[in-house]
Write a new protein. Structure first.
Length: 119
């Protein structure tokens, strides 16, 4: 009746872009947006089935061949401002390591992001 989920030993990377309570079409893409409550449910699932480690730890484990269970890395692309308000509190409260890849191309100029231009 219930299917047991199991994952092979390895490193799995879960990548997010935008996480927020409200979908704003002018700022978020439907393809990369995750509702905050759904994000928290996903983290619960990931914690249940994987040992969450940092990207640095994952690279060290892969280099040494020490992949003895399913590991997960949580990453975020682009550095959207919503991550500070909606993601950091969850990660800190849950003591979950994560890596943020910040797109610095927009810091010193007024060029729009690819998504803003696309819309």
């Amino acid at each position: 009746m219930f299917r047991l989920m199991s994952f092979r030993n390895g490193v799995y990377v879960f990548n997010y872009h935008q996480v927020s309570d409200v979908f704003i079409p002018e700022f978020y893409s439907r393809w990369t947006y995750t509702d905050r409550s759904f994000f928290e449910k996903q983290l619960f699932f990931i914690r249940k089935h994987f040992q969450i480690i940092s990207v640095k730890d994952a690279l060290c484990r892969q280099h040494s061949g020490d992949i003895d269970k399913p590991y997960a890395c949580i990453t975020f692309d682009d550095g959207c401002s919503s991550l500070k308000a909606h993601v950091l509190p969850v990660l800190i409260r849950s003591a979950i390591p994560a890596t943020f890849f910040i797109n610095t191309a927009y810091l010193d100029n007024d060029k729009a992001s690819w998504f803003t231009v696309y819309n």
